[in-house]
Design a protein around this ligand. Structure first.
Ligand SMILES: Nc1nc2c(c(=O)[nH]1)N[C@H]1C(S)=C(S)[C@@H](COP(=O)(O)O)O[C@H]1N2
Ligand SMILES: [Mo]
Length: 567
């Protein structure tokens, strides 16, 4: 092993140990963010939009694992280079470590809920420990002298004869492989490096485990109880129960005729939270403490800026809303669309409380921006909050508290809009501003207005499935949120001819609708397609285009197409 390679091993061992220590502290204490996550998050934020969009397109949901793998490789390369720099100059290496500390600190302080002193101590301590261990290994390997002077000549060989337990501390012997008079005990070197790296990995594992177990604690589903937090606002009112009856509008159970047996097994009308698609830029979901959480409502034309606590919000009239959420990145036939029954407070009620009404809207407050605790933003036209759609600040999902991954404690749900312009999770602030402000994905080249495109998907038949002749139910879901679905047609000949599908009752104009076409199939090869028409009579676009194609990201178009063989 040459000098450079040995130094690299020492550097990598030190780096793994440093990361391990930092991750471990993060695991036992929430106030110290994960340095690794913070760095990866920093890379995500700084990645140019065009590149990020292409990465999402090429890698899909593998984009995050690929990012993490590249970051690990990158960090180890930096550590290896740093240790080699140390061979040339201890002072320069020290400077580089200070530089790394600065980068790490800059990254962690962008994370939500950082507690400063322990965080600084953790980063400083982990880097110091990693550096010292690397330095110790370099010395043991005879790569740097005790003085560690830059460019110091190789120290003379040790006087002591090699002992049988030559790898033990303090004992040095010649390295048979180096042949350059460098004191190098290969076994001791490998044991030390391996030991440091193993300790680091164990600490990473322990830290991740501890952080994960507290995270899953907070993601477990808890039933939503509205009377839990009556808040001061209800103090003057008769009883919480009476208030519940008057102000909290619940929906009747989902009617049976909104479901079709053939589809329900494959794609339930209401998506369980555990199966609900998940898209965000957060590597780990922010864990927000509901008691200290508050929502700021302010900006242009807000006569009465608000700072609402969780119980303030729950004491306002609540309602349940059936609404399908869709991601603009969903490919035709893809799974980034789901439907839930949300509980929340009308956005228009909160705005009214803040002194904002439809009449007070103008150019200065044309846009409503939702800002997340992690700084992510989404914006849409403020008047959509007042046009009758049930845009809500949601804290409940399918009768439970909003799960952490879906935005606990409070998120926005706006019927008819893609998530990237509207559905801010971990909501911290609502700001009214002009149309010039560009939210997160708009800064990264996605289109400014994001109405959900009419789409449909076949779920009961899989591609290249071998089917037997007879009646084959071709069913699935179609959606055009806030416009509703009025008609679905199914083709078995690649769009040459179309057949009317049977529709389940529409749960709400804001949700997807199940359909089925009971196809009497005889043997042969077929191309199945589906096409939906929205509640305004507009049929979905036939042109095949990916979500990020054409003139910027605005959603995929084309018919979901499946080839099957009937035997
Ligand atoms: N804070 C925050 N909210 C966010 C996002 C995000 O990255 N950060 N992603 C949005 C996007 S692109 C979509 S499609 C929806 C997805 O919501 P879900 O993960 O609950 O399905 O959340 C939106 N809300
Ligand atoms: Mo999305």
């Amino acid at each position: 092993m040459g000098r450079g390679a040995r130094a690299a091993v020492a550097g990598v061992a030190g780096a793994v140990l440093a990361f391990g220590l930092a991750e471990f502290v993060h695991g036992i204490y929430d106030g110290v963010p994960s340095v690794f996550t913070a760095l990866a998050q920093g890379v995500i934020e700084l990645t140019p939009g065009g590149f990020a969009t292409r990465a999402i397109e090429a890698l899909g949901t593998a984009d995050i694992p690929v990012l993490i793998a590249s970051m690990i490789v990158g960090a180890l390369v930096v550590a290896a280079l740093l240790a080699n720099l140390r061979l040339r100059s201890g002072a320069l290496a020290m400077l580089a470590v200070v530089g790394l500390a600065a980068v790490a600190l800059a990254a962690v302080f962008t994370q939500p809920a950082v507690v400063a002193v322990p965080t600084v101590l953790t980063i400083a301590g982990a880097l110091a420990a990693g550096s010292l261990v690397a330095e110790g290994i370099l010395r043991r390997a005879g790569l740097v002298g005790e003085a560690g002077a830059p460019g110091a000549p190789e120290p003379p060989p040790a006087e002591q004869p090699a002992s049988p337990s030559g790898q033990m501390a303090g004992v040095r012997r010649r390295d048979a492989h180096s042949g350059r008079g460098v004191r190098f005990d290969r076994r001791a070197f490998l044991a030390l490096s391996g030991g440091a790296a193993a300790a680091g990995l164990a600490l990473v594992g322990a830290g991740r485990f501890l952080a994960g177990s507290s995270a899953s604690e907070s993601t477990s589903e808890r039933p939503l109880r509205l009377s839990d937090s009556p808040g001061e606002r209800t103090a003057g009112r008769e009883t919480t129960a009476a208030r519940d009856e008057v102000a909290n509008r619940t929906l009747p159970p989902v009617p049976e005729d909104a479901k079709l047996a053939a589809v329900e097994d494959v794609t339930p009308l209401v998506t369980p939270a555990a199966d609900f698609y998940l898209i965000d830029t957060a590597l780990t979901s922010p864990r927000v403490d509901r008691e200290s959480w508050s929502l700021k409502v302010g900006g242009a034309g807000v006569a009465n800026p608000l700072n609402l606590s969780y119980s303030d919000l729950l004491s306002m009239p609540t309602r349940e809303v059936d609404c399908t959420l869709a991601c603009v990145s969903n490919e035709v036939g893809g799974g980034l669309v789901s439907n839930a029954r949300w509980t929340g407070v009308m956005l228009s009620d909160v705005l009214n409380e803040a002194g904002v009404t439809r009449e007070t809207l103008g150019a200065a407050n044309e846009q409503l921006v939702g800002r997340s605790v992690d700084g992510w933003t989404a914006g849409f036209r403020t008047d959509l909050a007042f046009d009758g759609r049930e845009a809500i600040l949601a804290f409940g999902m399918n009768g439970n508290e909003l799960p952490v991954r879906h935005g606990y404690p409070v998120r926005l749900v706006v019927p008819g809009l893609y998530g990237y312009v509207s559905a801010t999770k971990w909501l911290q602030e609502i700001e009214l501003t002009d149309w010039d402000f560009d939210a997160y994905w708009i800064q990264r080249t996605w289109t400014k207005e994001g109405p959900i495109k009419t789409q449909s998907r076949i779920d009961t038949v899989s591609p290249d499935e071998e089917l037997s002749a007879g009646v084959i139910p071709v069913g699935g879901v179609a959606w055009a949120p806030h416009r509703g679905v009025s008609r679905v047609e199914v083709s078995t000949d690649g769009g040459e001819s179309w057949n009317e599908a049977e529709l389940a009752a529409q749960l709400s104009e804001d949700t997807w609708r199940q359909f089925v076409y009971n196809w009497e199939a005889s043997p042969g090869e077929y191309t199945l397609q589906v096409c939906a028409t929205d509640g305004e009579g507009v049929t979905q676009t036939a042109t095949e285009r990916g979500p990020h194609g054409g003139g910027g990201t605005d959603g995929a178009t084309g018919y979901h197409t499946i080839n099957v063989v009937v035997a």
